[in-house]
Design a protein around this ligand. Structure first.
Ligand SMILES: [Zn+2]
Length: 316
């Protein structure tokens, strides 16, 4: 009897040890930053992706999984959600909203950055539980409707929960979304998708206002045409938005620059936790400007590469 107990105990220890080492192994691969690991080596590690939510500014919380940002903006009249992530992370998003002290039923607007599944996948479910309006540009409402077929063509679907929300609120250039004490200005900045949306709002840190921007189409796609549109969008940012102080990025790994250690959103989260009374690492205009420069150079190179590809296809 005693030896059975000892054996059982030993087995439990062994199992716990194996589990622990599996968890310890889950982390950035060599050469990857923490934020990058969520789209890189750990992109399919569902448990790893389910990160705890965290506060970024007085009125801005990160409630998404590790790879895809979902932003919560509480206002005096309810909640605004920017993007929704997709399954199997939608319940994590809903739980994360509760964990930071808010009721998901109180979401009034789901503002989508663009019509890719990883950003809109949870919209229908979150709309059903909250009655929120779902908003996107006309071009990306159309584009989003094609994404089921695109997934199927890529051999990835359609999967349960992939259905886009029903066409609801259509955003136009220059619109303002107002809720309680909060306003978001809307700009259409294509290139990543035909109608990626950029949102400008005021984020507060210890009640001090800062210019925050969600650039909804974070990188060039769709060949020469998309690249050219993307470059125009970046040039618009360079002209009118060099003063952005809080880059509300749609992926945690964007904006990974040496500030001071290859800082994406999750590195900044950790910096903030380490010195809660120090300067807020999410307020960082210098990195935004650096990002603009790199995005511009990246767009020029992307267009050149895509042109070369098209030429090669012609001669073949
Ligand atoms: Zn996308």
């Amino acid at each position: 009897m005693k030896s059975t107990r000892v054996t059982t105990f030993a087995l439990i220890c062994l199992a716990a040890g194996a589990l622990l080492s599996a968890q310890q192994k889950a982390g950035p691969a060599p050469g990857e930053t923490l934020s990058e690991s969520y789209r890189g080596s750990q992109s399919r590690n569902v448990e790893y992706q389910k990160i705890a939510p965290f506060k970024v500014m007085d009125n801005l919380y990160y409630v998404g999984p590790g790879s895809v940002s979902v932003w919560l903006i509480p206002t005096t009249q309810g909640l605004i959600l920017i993007d929704t992530a997709q399954e199997p992370y939608v319940d994590t998003v809903i739980d994360n909203i509760k964990k930071v002290g808010f009721d998901p039923k109180n979401i009034k607007y789901i503002l989508l950055s663009h019509g890719h599944l990883d950003h809109f996948g949870g919209a229908a479910k979150i709309q059903a539980l909250s009655g929120a309006r779902v908003a996107l540009s006309a071009a990306d409402w159309d584009f989003m409707a094609t994404q089921g077929a695109a997934q199927a063509a890529a051999g990835r679907g359609p999967k349960e929960g992939d259905a886009p929300p029903k066409r609801d609120m259509v955003l136009k250039e220059g619109d303002t979304v107002k809720l309680g004490d909060t306003q978001l200005k809307v700009y259409i900045m294509p290139g990543h998708t035909p109608g990626s949306v950029t949102y400008e709002f005021t984020a507060y840190d210890n009640k001090k206002p800062y210019k925050a921007l969600v650039f909804g189409g974070p990188g060039p796609r769709n060949g020469v045409q998309g690249g050219t549109e993307f470059l125009a969008s970046v040039q618009r940012l360079e002209k009118d938005f060099t003063d952005v102080q809080v880059a509300v990025n749609v992926h945690s790994y964007l904006n990974s620059y040496p500030y001071p250690n290859d800082s994406g959103i999750l590195e900044r989260r950790d910096m903030k936790a380490k010195s809660p009374n120090g300067p807020n690492p999410f307020i960082d205009n210098a990195t935004w400007r650096l990002w603009l420069k790199q995005a511009h150079e990246g767009a020029v190179k992307y267009i050149a590469d895509e042109k070369a590809k098209a030429e090669k296809a012609k001669t073949n």
